[in-house]
Design a protein around this ligand. Sequence first.
Ligand SMILES: Nc1ncnc2c1ncn2[C@@H]1O[C@H](COP(=O)(O)OP(=O)(O)O)[C@@H](O)[C@H]1O
Ligand SMILES: [Mg+2]
Length: 254
Amino acid sequence: MLPPLVEDNPKYLVELEHVDKHFGNLHVLKDINLRVKKGEVLVIVGPSGSGKSTMCRTINRLETIDSGVIRIDGQTLPQEGKELAQLRAEVGMVFQSFNLFANKTILDNVTLAPIKVRGMDKTQAEREAMDLLSRVGVASQASKMPSQLSGGQQQRVAIARALAMHPKVMLFDEPTSALDPEMVNEVLDVMVELAREGMTMLCVTHEMGFARKAADRIVFMADGQILEQDTPEGFFEHPKTERAQDFLSKILTH
Ligand SMILES: Nc1ncnc2c1ncn2[C@@H]1O[C@H](COP(=O)(O)OP(=O)(O)O)[C@@H](O)[C@H]1O
Ligand SMILES: [Mg+2]
C-alpha cells in the first residue's frame, strides 16, 4: 500500500491509488496507480480503447470509480455535493470537441463559470477573461460567437475558459484530434507555453513532437493498465514492453 499523505502538505497534486473501474463486464481501469507532482507535465499515450479518456474523466469525477482513491492536492474526491463541485473546479479540462456554448459570445464563454461558480464580479471576470484570451491569441474575437471562429481558435478559447477558473491542474483529452492539420500547432503552442509557465498538466495526445518537447513523463496505457512510465527519451528510445514497442512502431512509421 502507498503511504497516506499529510493533508496540509501534499507532495502530489494528483494521486490515483488502486483505482478500478468497470463498464458492465468491461474492466476499463485496472489497479491504476499514478502520482503527479506540482508543475509536472504528463503525456498519456496508448492504443484506442485503453482507458485514457476514462482515466481523465475519473480525475474530475465525470466518471465514478468502483474502488481505489483519487486525491487532488491531498484531498480525496468526495462522492457528490458542494465539496465535489469545488474540487472539480480545481481541475480544468479540455476535450477533443470544443464544447463552447454555441449561443454565447467568446467573452461570455470565458466569464460564465468564474461569475456563476466562483462568484467573481463581472468587471473583474471580464478583465481576467480578456487577459486569458490575449494569452491564447484570440482577444480580437471576444465579441464573436463560437461558430464564427476556426476550430483552432475555438480550442484556444476552450483552454482560456478552463484557465479562467484558476485550476490547479489541467487535463487535455486529445485536444488537437478534431482539428484541421494546419491548426494543430497553434493549440500545441499554447499548451507548450502553459507547461513552461509551470502548469501541472495531464495530456492525452498522439502528438509525439509535443510529447518530446513538453512532457516530463510519458505514461503508456494498454487494456486499462499503466504498462510503462518513463521520460520521453526513455520511452521513445527504449520502450520496455512489447505492447509499447508495437504501439510506437505503428505511430512512428507514419
Ligand atoms: N460510457 C461508457 N460505457 C461503456 N463503455 C465505455 C464507456 N466509455 C468508454 N467505454 C469503453 O471503455 C474502454 C476505454 O475507453 P476510453 O477510456 O474512451 O479509451 P481511450 O480514451 O484510451 O480510447 C473502451 O472499450 C470503450 O469502448
Ligand atoms: Mg479517448
